[in-house]
Design a protein around this ligand. Structure first.
Ligand SMILES: C[S@@+](CC[C@H](N)C(=O)[O-])C[C@H]1O[C@@H](n2cnc3c(N)ncnc32)[C@H](O)[C@@H]1O
Length: 256
């Protein structure tokens, strides 16, 4: 999209980690990060979270409780983790679209789906969360895990989520949040700011992408502020649950 298609307000600066960049430039920078880390993304997730991301994703899917002819959109779905868990939970009649702006991430996901014989139920579609190529009222559920903080115009993505969900459909978001236990907070900060970029350098050969990821976590709004943003997009009965002392939060909202 050219900068000409952004309104005056949107030409303002926006956070990219701890830096400020013009809004139209952010997506390109985010895309560079995920093109660079795609091949090592899954292994880095396990290393960085000490395997914890699998448990958080399990909790997300348990809470969603998909079943039967479930039609689902896993947005910013990357390499497919959440989608695979949803079809396993919902059964053979369910269908999940993994959508992501980044084809490198989707390519890794599609290969994993093929290895796990899931291509009959899981499909992959490149798209920007801010402007979805899906019809209104198409899905029973919409998830976005560790994706929304990378999206430049989150309010647009939330409105698109609302549009594509059916009435009675559920929005769920798993995202990093803010640790509320003081001792844990200092350990977590030390771990994320010093160790994670070094691990990213060693394992993925890219420390600066992991520095961005850590900084973007610190810049993400509080769970309460984000809950209000979800409500502003039209969702009802908005709520969140913090896990692991507030390292992550699971947000929920309904299209009623
Ligand atoms: C941290 S990864 C999360 C992947 C996966 N959901 C998971 O939990 O492992 C963030 C993903 O958000 C995607 N993303 C960033 N901006 C996006 C946008 N505007 N629309 C769709 N996906 C986007 C990135 O390409 C990347 O795959």
């Amino acid at each position: 999209m050219s900068s000409a298609s952004f309104s005056k307000q949107e030409q303002s600066e926006i956070d990219f980690g701890f830096s400020k960049v013009p809004l139209p430039e952010k997506q390109g920078l985010v895309d560079d990060v995920f093109h660079s880390v795609a091949a090592k993304y899954d292994v880095m997730n396990d290393v960085m979270s000490l395997g914890q991301h699998r448990i958080w994703k399990d909790v997300l899917v348990q809470e969603l409780h998909p079943s039967g002819h479930w039609r689902h959109l896993d947005m910013a779905g990357g390499t497919g983790d959440v989608a695979f868990k949803i079809v396993k939970a919902a059964g053979l009649d369910s269908r999940v679209i993994v959508s992501d702006i980044n084809q490198s991430m989707l390519d890794v996901g599609e290969e994993r789906a093929a290895t796990q014989n899931m291509l009959g139920q899981v499909s992959f579609r490149q798209a920007n969360a801010e402007n979805l190529p899906f019809e209104d009222n198409s899905f029973d559920g919409y998830t976005i895990a560790f994706g929304i903080r990378n999206v430049p115009r989150r309010e647009l993505a939330l409105r698109e989520a609302f549009r594509v969900l059916k009435r009675g459909g559920r929005f769920m978001c798993l995202e990093f949040s803010h640790v509320d236990v003081p001792v844990l907070e200092s350990i977590y900060k030390a771990y994320s700011f010093s160790l994670i970029p070094s691990l990213g350098g060693m394992i993925a050969g890219d420390a600066s992408s992991y520095r961005y990821l850590v900084e973007s976590i610190a810049q993400f709004p509080s769970a309460e502020t984000f809950r209000q943003l979800i409500g502003d997009a039209g969702f009802a009965r908005t709520s969140f649950t913090k896990l692991s002392g507030g390292i992550v939060a699971i947000h929920s909202g309904w299209k009623l």
